[in-house]
Design a protein. Structure first.
Length: 277
């Protein structure tokens, strides 16, 4: 092409000419390279399979917790529990400090997908803020427990103040769901023995602690939360977590699927306590 013709072309035409020239050059390069190897132009190259990669055993298997029609009525003189019977491959997954307006519904979706029943230790003030989420917790078969109204450290309160925290939360739960909680968990796990005895005598609440604590409140990251729960779980474990924290909820699919793949079944705290053995 003469220089005069090139100068008279529009910018778009020049770009088109450049693109065309680039394509022609690329095609020529591929053709000559293939010819040099004795191959036809643009022939696909077969790669050997990657035999080293191993996906998690539970990946994409659609694991689901079995339907378990277990009794929930428990009795006994024990006023505090940190685990259940080790005779069965059952665990109780518990979540504290909700309901949260976004984290709890996301968690409930994960649980429903896997047919898992959990136990939620709720704060009464949050129940009053989000009663529709508390209703959904109960409607989908989960257990709900008392975690005080304001999340205050109970060991710093008088007996009358402790009673008020329990009563306000129980009333909020009943108002929202129509269900009376059967167990309680103290914020920070802090409760004197005499306070435990008082709550058991007056409210019939056993105090529920835990045997597995991933310390998710420190926000170590979802993968660390999952790893700590999987390594700590065993028959009869009561597992602590917090649906208040988004990273904890993000960790739950891998946590649930990992436990299911290891043969554990998920049941509620009351079901765990009702088991003998």
């Amino acid at each position: 092409m003469k220089r005069r013709d090139l100068l008279q072309m529009t910018p778009g035409a020049v770009l088109g000419l450049s693109a065309c020239s680039s394509k022609d050059a690329l095609a020529s390069l591929v053709s000559s390279s293939a010819s040099g190897r004795g191959q036809s132009p643009l022939q696909s190259v077969k790669m050997p399979p990657n035999t080293q990669y191993r996906p998690p055993a539970y990946a994409n298997q659609g694991l689901r917790n079995p339907n378990m029609n277990l009794p929930t009525a428990f009795s006994g003189s024990a006023i505090s529990y940190s685990r259940g019977s080790s005779a069965y491959a059952n665990v109780a997954m518990t979540f504290d400090d909700g309901p949260h307006p976004t984290n709890t519904p996301r968690l409930l979706d994960m649980l429903r997908k896997r047919n898992i029943r959990a136990t939620f230790y709720v704060i009464g003030g949050n129940v009053d803020r989000y009663p529709h989420i508390a209703r959904r917790i109960v409607a989908e078969g989960h257990e709900i427990g008392n975690h005080t109204y304001t999340h205050r450290k109970l060991t710093s309160l008088s007996e009358s103040e402790v009673r008020k925290e329990m009563r306000r939360t129980q009333d909020a739960i009943v108002r929202a769901t129509g269900v009376k909680p059967r167990t309680m968990r103290p914020p920070y796990g802090a409760l004197f023995q005499r306070q435990r005895q008082m709550l058991f005598s007056e409210f019939n609440y056993p105090t529920i602690m835990w045997s597995v604590d991933p310390q998710d409140w420190r926000r170590p990251g979802p993968s660390v939360v999952t790893s700590r729960i999987l390594s700590g779980a065993n028959n009869g474990a009561i597992i602590l977590a917090h649906d208040l924290h988004a990273p904890t909820v993000t960790a739950m699919p891998a946590t649930f699927d990992g436990l299911l793949s290891r043969g554990y079944n998920f049941i509620t705290v009351s079901q765990l306590l009702a088991q003998k053995g």
